[in-house]
Design a protein around this ligand. Structure first.
Ligand code: SF4
Ligand code: F3S
Length: 78
């Protein structure tokens, strides 16, 4: 699935939500989150983000791996 990382924090542009055909992007307190169980990997959201916060989880750079874990936590604890 795709994940939203650090650049989204406190920006929350929300253009990504409008592009998602399955509405699997949810709002958190300071950033948005993509539900990995619902994302169909269409890639529509990636170019929609003005700050390039979105990428496919296996292409997330090592320094942003924490965001993949944080993303999982968001959906398992709510
Ligand atoms: Fe939604 Fe497609 Fe982005 Fe997944 S890749 S979050 S399905 S727009
Ligand atoms: Fe965040 Fe970019 Fe979406 S800033 S809300 S990931 S368009």
């Amino acid at each position: 699935p795709y994940v939203i990382a650090e650049p989204c924090i406190d920006v929350m542009d929300r253009s990504c939500m409008e592009e998602c055909p399955v509405d699997c992007i949810y709002e958190g307190d300071r950033k948005l989150y993509i539900n990995p169980m619902e994302c169909i990997d269409c890639g529509n959201c990636e170019p929609a983000c003005p700050v390039q916060a979105i990428s496919q989880d296996r292409r997330v750079p090592p320094e942003l791996k924490d965001f993949v874990a944080d993303n999982k936590r968001f959906f398992t604890e709510s």
